[in-house]
Write a protein that binds this ligand. Structure first.
Ligand SMILES: [Zn+2]
Length: 394
């Protein structure tokens, strides 16, 4: 189909590139890309894909715009706060390029709807921040045979990988076992606002190259970017023959629902005990004569721990807890030598969320009879017990 005069003008800088030209621009126009997650990564990738003239551009998200999103989610403005993300994004993208079709999927992807949602698109961009959703998307793309451009961000670091069906490793080849909670998300760990701008732009670049069939893709190469040192690195990643979804004998043949947030049952959850800051203060004060000693475990990131922590606390970041559970069990049996009973384990974090996850993991691993959560975390401790206590920002 011939290009209109306005299209010729709009895409003039693409048309002058020999690698794109009129034929490439027409390929972009005939392509369909779906961006999952209208957030930090989805914002720049959707904006650039719309600007580049991708003919059909879909966004999937079920959230509303929050004021704290605007630090990095450049699709939105102040006026969009409390609005549906995909609706606001669709309006913005249509304003940027009225010649393309923008589709808003206001839904949460599940094992039941993901194949139907992704089926019609040529390229999938994963801009989500939840590990379990990442696996769901990866598995759906492997099953559908769709290229997938993944990226992830954490504090000052980003990474990206492009999966090509039959040609390279998938996300599950790279991380066979990660689970939600082991990788803190933006809300827990914080993120430099411009970082997703870099990584999301890389995702858009990969998608455009893929559609045009030019250049080299990040297939079998994990790209990492450290914004603090301004260093890009890459690591060769091989396809795993024993991968559960793309390997020789796959065990995942249909998408599986996101790993539940917690595998603990209600009965197990009932084994978790809760402590207010004042109760913990009383317990610590009387620990010397108490029959049951206390082990305090701070599950925040080391940079948060260094800024201020409770006396006698050990630091085991939530992401390392599963791997270091044996070490903790050993320290428990060590410290209980000569005592009448094993210590109670109290988990603490900034606001009580990560520590509750830690309690659930401790119940699952039978670390202690009754793990105790410091409800409200160290923020509550500073408020109710020790106003001088410094709680590092995340
Ligand atoms: Zn794989």
């Amino acid at each position: 189909m011939a290009m209109t005069a306005t299209e010729k003008q709009r895409y003039a800088r693409h048309l002058s590139l020999a690698e794109i030209g009129a034929a490439g621009q027409s390929r972009l126009k005939n392509s369909k890309v779906v961006v999952i997650g209208a957030g930090g990564l989805g914002s720049p990738s959707a904006l650039y894909l719309a600007a580049a003239g991708v003919g059909k551009l879909a966004l999937v998200d079920y959230d509303v715009v929050d004021l704290s999103n605007l630090q990095r989610q450049v699709l939105f403005t102040n006026a969009d706060v409390a609005q549906s993300k995909v609706a606001a994004a669709a309006k913005r993208l249509a304003a940027l390029n009225p010649d393309i079709e923008v589709v808003a999927h206001d839904l949460q992807l599940t094992a039941d709807n993901i194949l139907d949602t992704l089926r019609e698109y040529d390229v999938v961009i994963d801009g989500t921040d939840r590990v379990s959703t990442r696996y769901l998307i990866n598995d759906a793309c492997v099953i559908l045979g769709k290229p997938l451009v993944s990226a992830a961000i954490h504090r000052f670091e980003g990474q990206a990988l492009t999966y090509l069906p039959e040609r390279g490793p998938c996300y599950r080849c790279l991380f066979p076992n990660a689970k939600d909670g082991q990788v803190p998300n933006c809300a827990d760990a914080g993120v430099l606002g411009v970082l997703p701008g870099v990584m999301g732009s890389i995702q858009a670049t990969e998608a455009i190259k893929l559609i045009l069939g030019i250049g080299e893709l990040l297939t079998g190469r994990l790209l990492t970017y450290d914004a603090l040192t301004t260093r890009f690195d890459e690591f060769t990643v091989a396809r795993r023959t024993d991968c559960a979804v793309c390997g020789e004998h796959p065990t995942i043949l249909t998408p599986q629902d996101a790993v539940p947030k917690s595998k603990t049952t209600a009965a197990q959850r009932a084994l978790i005990s809760h402590s207010t800051p004042r109760q913990l203060q009383l317990r610590l004060g009387s620990a010397a004569e108490s029959t049951t000693p206390i082990l305090l475990v701070d599950v925040r990131e080391p940079h948060e721990f260094e800024r201020g922590h409770l006396a006698g606390c050990v630091n085991v970041p939530i992401g390392e807890l599963a791997a270091r559970m044996d070490e903790l069990v050993a320290s428990l049996s060590g410290s209980s030598r000569g005592r009448s009973s094993r210590p109670d384990v109290v988990f603490v974090c900034r606001s009580g969320g990560r520590s509750l996850q830690a309690c659930e993991m401790a119940v699952g691993a039978r670390l202690t009879a009754v793990p105790i959560n410091l409800d409200g975390g160290l923020l509550a401790w500073a408020r109710d017990v020790d106003p001088e206590f410094v709680v590092a920002p995340v």
